[in-house]
Design a protein around this ligand. Structure first.
Ligand SMILES: NC(=O)c1ccc[n+]([C@@H]2O[C@H](COP(=O)([O-])OP(=O)(O)OC[C@H]3O[C@@H](n4cnc5c(N)ncnc54)[C@H](O)[C@@H]3O)[C@@H](O)[C@H]2O)c1
Length: 339
């Protein structure tokens, strides 16, 4: 059984990826600070370590076949507020992890980057992996820096691969409602209002969670020359403008609903080509409609879904706020008890 080290294993993607790989007969070493809680169930082939990816021990990488380095400050708004941390975690720590992986004879290192590195492109263009990057935010700048430094480590025996994911949608025990389709579906479910980020013309490739998991397994198992390569992960059919998504919701949801516009016009806009990953045999299976169906079912089952944890930036702010309060009022690490 091959051992896979997953950082960020408690996150939106990680808490689905861990059970998925266990089911497919991998051993998993799951590492995370678990800022959003730990939803991983015990399993004989799973070891969980609570640690920070800025200072991982070399020992963790012993006998690991593949590292999937998911841990990150994971969206644009959080990256603008926590700038230093975003560069430290998303760029420096992941480069350090890739170097340790190489040193410890790990075979594959997968860097989960983002199509948001393309920033803003003209509507008559479509970005393939050779397209000039235009990272507009700290989050995508850190991703772009990690990509170029880590790919340089490629050798015959150590193969780093970058996968630039579209914006994900779909269910997870650590749900993210700050992702477009997830947030829109939740708005419809909760109060029949569709929250839409201005101005609606912005374009994005979307990626179903189940396809993201399939793609990572595909990278682990694929023996093509993937080392040193970049792949956009998604499918050409799942390139949507936000207005396209509104139209899908209008078709799907029979009753009338209101649009709730928010934010200032989004500068990020990009359609992406997925021909390269398709040429080596990966095809996405799911589209936005499938995701909306899955999410609506999930929301019906899990009625207490709205928590601060589900909005990434709100939750990091909340943790920082309480950390400051606790430091102010505690004595010998205690509040009221056992002084
Ligand atoms: N979700 C998307 O739409 C999407 C799209 C493109 C790329 N990505 C990338 O995929 C990866 C996973 O995204 P996600 O949606 O699961 O995000 P997430 O925020 O749900 O998960 C990130 C996890 O990393 C952990 N973490 C953060 N800093 C850490 C540190 N210093 N040490 C240890 N653990 C730490 C958090 O506790 C969290 O569990 C990220 O790298 C993200 O940039 C996600």
């Amino acid at each position: 059984m091959k051992k896979i080290l997953i950082t960020g294993a408690g996150g939106y993607i990680g808490s689905n990826l861990v059970p998925y790989l266990l089911k497919h007969k991998y051993r998993v070493l799951a590492i995370d600070r678990f800022f959003f809680g730990n939803y991983l169930k015990k399993n004989i082939n799973l070891k969980i370590i609570k640690d920070d990816i800025r200072s991982l021990k070399k020992d963790y990488f012993k006998n690991v076949y593949c590292v999937i380095d998911l841990a990150a400050i994971s969206n644009d708004p959080s990256g603008e507020i926590f700038k230093k941390e975003t560069f430290d975690i998303n760029y420096r720590a992941r480069l350090r992890n890739a170097k340790i992986s190489k040193h410890m004879n790990v075979k594959k290192y997968l860097l989960p980057s983002s199509c948001s590195n393309y920033g803003r492109i003209r509507n008559d263009q479509i970005a393939d992996e050779t397209f000039k990057l235009n990272p507009l935010t700290n989050y995508s700048k850190a991703n772009s820096m990690a990509e170029s430094s880590i790919l340089k480590l490629n050798t015959k025996n150590f193969n780093p691969t970058v996968f630039r994911q579209g914006t994900l949608f779909g269910c997870s025990p650590r749900l993210r409602l700050d992702l477009a389709i997830n947030g829109m579906t939740y708005g419809i479910f909760k109060n029949n209002k569709l929250p839409v980020m201005r101005d609606g013309n912005q374009r994005r490739p979307m990626l179903h969670m189940k396809d993201a998991l399939r793609a990572m397994k595909f990278f682990i198992e694929n023996d093509h020359q993937l080392g040193g390569e970049i792949f956009n992960v998604g499918s050409n059919e799942n390139n949507y403008s936000i207005n396209d998504l509104i139209a899908i919701f209008k078709k799907k949801i029979r009753k009338k609903f209101k649009l709730e516009w928010y934010g200032s016009p989004d500068k990020r806009s990009y359609f992406v080509s997925f021909d390269k990953i398709s040429s080596i045999g990966f095809k996405a299976k799911y589209n936005a409609k499938n995701g909306i169906d899955d999410l609506l079912k999930y929301f019906k089952k899990n009625k207490t879904i709205q928590k601060k944890e589900n909005i990434t930036l709100e939750w990091y702010r909340e943790l920082e706020k309480w950390n400051n309060i606790i430091q102010e009022v505690s004595k010998d690490s205690k509040i009221l008890y056992d002084l």
